[in-house]
Design a protein around this ligand. Sequence first.
Ligand SMILES: Cc1cc2nc3c(=O)[nH]c(=O)nc-3n(C[C@H](O)[C@H](O)[C@H](O)COP(=O)(O)OP(=O)(O)OC[C@H]3O[C@@H](n4cnc5c(N)ncnc54)[C@H](O)[C@@H]3O)c2cc1C
Length: 460
Amino acid sequence: MATSTALPVDELRSRFRGPIISPQDADYEAASAVWNGSIRRRPALVARCTGTADVTAAVQFASHHHLQVAVRGGAHNIAGNATCDGGLVIDLSMLRSVRVEPSARIAHVGPGCLWGDVDHETQAFGLAVPGGIVSTTGVAGFTVGGGFGHLTRRFGFASDNLIGADVVLVDGRLVRASATENADLFWGIRGGGGNFGVVSAFDFKLHPVGPEVLGGLIFHPAERAPALFRFLRDFLPASSEELTVFTVLRKAPAAPFVPAEFHGHPVIANLIVHSGEAAQAERDVAPLRRFAQPLVDLVMRRPYSAVQALTDASWLPGFENYWRSDYLEEISDGAIDVLANHLASISSPLSDFKIAYLGGAAARMDDDSALSHRTLPILLNINTRWKVGESSAPHLEWTRSLFEGMKPFSAGKVYVNFLMDEGQDRVRAAYGQEKYERLVALKRRYDPDNFFRFNQNIKP
Ligand SMILES: Cc1cc2nc3c(=O)[nH]c(=O)nc-3n(C[C@H](O)[C@H](O)[C@H](O)COP(=O)(O)OP(=O)(O)OC[C@H]3O[C@@H](n4cnc5c(N)ncnc54)[C@H](O)[C@@H]3O)c2cc1C
């Protein structure tokens, strides 16, 4: 493991324009931390890039000195792969520019951007690209892993909307990846993660959205969970692709919009977004409202960028987090029992578990990218979260019990962006045999020595 004092930092400094942060610096703790507070690593250096030239310099320096490299976009990755012990963090967080070409409906996005940055600029022109459901998530890691959100049933994953990218390869060379240039690399960076190089610029196609959409949460008491799941499994498959529903199970926050007698009690909520025309949106959402008298219905017309930030406050950085996730075959009655029982016993008021209903247009799109399992519409994501300093044991136990309980209903496949450090079988499960083998061949071509290995790693 390298230490910063043993490294010829001046050699890097002579070629690098941004700040290079080492353990002696006051901002080192913040610079080496990531969103998941359970991950605490001590890199030798954090190199904050100001542009592609800095990315090139950092890659070549690390390669020359055989340094472990971590690439940091928005630092939201649950496995904490944006920081490493003893290596070099190639930190892209200063590269947050977004340039929109409204008439061409294209956004040029820097690799340090968060989805809130992109939404802010694109919404000025009534345009959007499918981003995540929390506005502080980074564009870079999200997109190279696929990336889904409230517009996915209508416009696909973020990676489906990538039309080109600049990529710094392992030797520091900058290449373009698109349908017509290095098409094999373009296939790989749309779902294959950070295995092939550092993307230093993303170009997305944009779609007309908003500026207002119909969106918000509808809360129901926990005992209604079985009936609600049964209703959703019948209603959603044929529902409009302009509508997205994420079912969230958690303890109700002590917020003024929740009736006081439910504060701290388990509840089930649908996070609903309809991005279509206003009258149609009301018609399409009506069955969800008619299902039963809710505890509270917060669905209303809101700016799209506000909907994108609706749950941000629940997902601040610096808490301990443990996630497990799997695609499900279906929401069977047996699965509903497991979900409902674990809602009753949820161990932390900060945790939730969600069912995302995907499919729609995303399932029908051209499957010619590393993104996998687009035809599987149901994704379980268990987001267990507790305060630093609290005992982790009850939270880990509850999570494992729920995840294991759901195993019989799993499709045996997983979404790569929700993986923690779970071993190579799970990385394979994220791609399936055919795509995994194609990724291995690509890795052999672009990174045969596995320099970019601090990720959901494709072993060459
Ligand atoms: C609160 C929260 C909400 C989320 N919501 C969603 C959601 O709605 N939908 C969804 O699909 N996912 C969601 N995610 C998961 C998210 O997609 C991943 O955490 C993703 O890795 C975040 O990207 P990032 O840039 O912030 O991550 P980082 O931690 O910065 O990077 C993650 C990894 O991506 C790779 N990488 C980063 N930048 C680059 C680059 N420029 N070039 C090449 N490789 C790079 C590296 O391997 C890096 O280790 C959420 C995560 C959190 C914590």
